[in-house]
Design a protein around this ligand. Structure first.
Ligand SMILES: Cc1ncc(COP(=O)(O)O)c(C=O)c1O
Length: 426
């Protein structure tokens, strides 16, 4: 087994690197959940449940990130640290080479996590107003909006034709809700968690036109923007024609891209100087100025030297996604339909034809299947009967999870048939 101390150099993606003992939320949090007063369904310590829920990767981060942290550790003072120009410059250069769009370094405000950022932005820009969300969507959005004293205005994604067809933004409904002056802000999740959709330039252009017409502020959460599968192309919101730059903020981060989520490092990208000043002041009022020196070093290192690592990881995850889809296509009797992800490392599974009642899906997965996925219901409208699976894991883990799902649904179906026709046994 790989020694975790130098795993980022010698690791092969198929290897399972144990994470227990590191405080991993994905692997350990559920074990003491009840004692901590969490409502999360608990599992026994050391349980063999496969955790495929929280969105981080079971792969070591790029050597370029770990090297940059080690380099910074050579100086033993970790006092208050101001943001340094190298951070914004590294991110802007990354965006240009990766996505063909060069933001201006002065737009970049380093922060400590997108969820707290969105809370601050909603409180600063939307208090008392409506915030338009596009469910099923990343579940913390709902709480962020409500805690900021704003209200959720739902504009669900649409899916026409066959159940496996791609999701789309509902632009007609967006136009209607955006026309209400009470609805001042929308969160755009791009690419979209949990359905894995990579929004096309034309869709984003139409979205920008509507937002512009009704002066709705767009907060584009692009945390998954680098995670393009099967060679998909990401369109950064700020590169979309017609975006009103005085009414937009993009949130980005190295955390999903390079598996650095525990380092709590992100940035807000705010082209308008006035809005930027307002956001910086709101941030300072919360005492959230400065940066974590280790996180900033890791981010800068990864943006400068992590491209080859990312290409390899994306190839591997694309293959996991293909395998997931092939598995259920070859077994239609299981009644599980995969929405093929174009971006993110998350896949959206439709269990509505599996025979497992939607209200029992989560406990079935945890109890009978022994995998922990995210229950679709937490993502809001359109999530019932679905679950989100995290594919950023070694393939042997994925294979074991698929095997367990097959076994458990087969047993469930058999016992369901037995319940329906007990006379067969007499
Ligand atoms: C769309 C989206 N935004 C934000 C986050 C979390 O951001 P952070 O860890 O920087 O708070 C996630 C994590 O899964 C996410 O999927």
């Amino acid at each position: 087994m790989t020694d975790p101390r130098d795993a980022e150099r010698s690791h092969r993606l198929d290897e399972i690197l144990p994470r227990r003992g590191t405080g991993s939320v994905k692997w350990e949090y559920a074990e003491g959940a009840a004692a901590r007063g969490s409502s999360l369904a608990a599992v026994a310590p050391g349980s063999d449940v496969i955790p495929m829920w929280v969105a981080d990767m079971d792969f070591p981060c790029p050597p370029a990130a770990a090297d940059a942290v080690r380099e910074r550790l050579r100086h033993p003072i970790f006092g208050y640290t101001a943001e340094r120009p190298g951070f914004a410059a590294a991110w802007c250069a990354w965006m240009e080479t990766r996505h063909g769009f060069r933001p201006r370094p002065e737009w970049v405000v380093p922060t400590e996590g997108i969820v707290p950022d969105l809370g601050m932005l909603a409180g600063t820009l939307a208090e008392g107003a409506g915030v338009i969300l596009h469910p099923p969507v990343y579940h913390p959005f709902f709480g962020i909006v409500r805690h900021a004293g704003a209200s959720v205005v739902s504009c669900p994604l649409r899916r026409t034709g066959k159940p496996g067809n791609p999701y789309r933004l509902d632009l007609e409904r967006f136009e209607r809700v955006a026309a209400d002056p009470a609805n001042r802000v929308t969160f755009l999740c791009s690419p979209h968690n949990p359905v894995g959709r990579v929004w096309r330039r034309e869709e984003l252009t139409a979205f920008a036109e509507i937002a512009g017409r009704h002066r709705v502020i767009v907060i584009a959460d692009e945390i998954h923007g680098d995670l393009m599968l099967h060679g998909a192309r990401f369109t950064p919101w700020l590169s979309v024609p017609g975006v009103d730059r005085s009414r937009t903020i993009t949130a980005s981060a190295p955390s999903k891209t390079f598996n650095l989520a525990g380092l709590k490092c992100s940035c807000l990208v705010i082209p308008d100087a006035g809005v930027r000043r307002r956001v910086r002041r709101a941030r300072d009022r919360r005492g959230a100025y400065g940066v974590n020196p280790l996180s900033a070093a890791a981010a800068e290192g990864a943006w400068r030297g992590g491209a080859a690592w990312l290409d390899e990881v994306l190839g591997y995850i694309s293959e996991n996604a293909r395998r997931l889809q092939q598995f259920f296509e070859e077994r239609p009797r299981l009644g599980v339909l995969v929405t093929p992800p174009e971006g993110t490392y998350l896949a959206w599974l439709d269990f509505r034809e599996s025979g497992v009642p939607p209200a029992e899906l989560d406990s079935f997965l945890l109890g009978q299947v022994r995998v922990r996925l995210e229950d679709g219901r937490i993502f809001g409208e359109g999530g019932e009967g679905f679950a989100r699976v995290n594919l950023a894991c070694p393939r042997p883990l994925l294979e074991e999870a698929l095997h367990r799902i097959e076994q458990a649904i087969t047993v469930e179906r058999r016992s369901h048939m037995d319940r329906r026709s007990p006379e067969r046994h007499f």
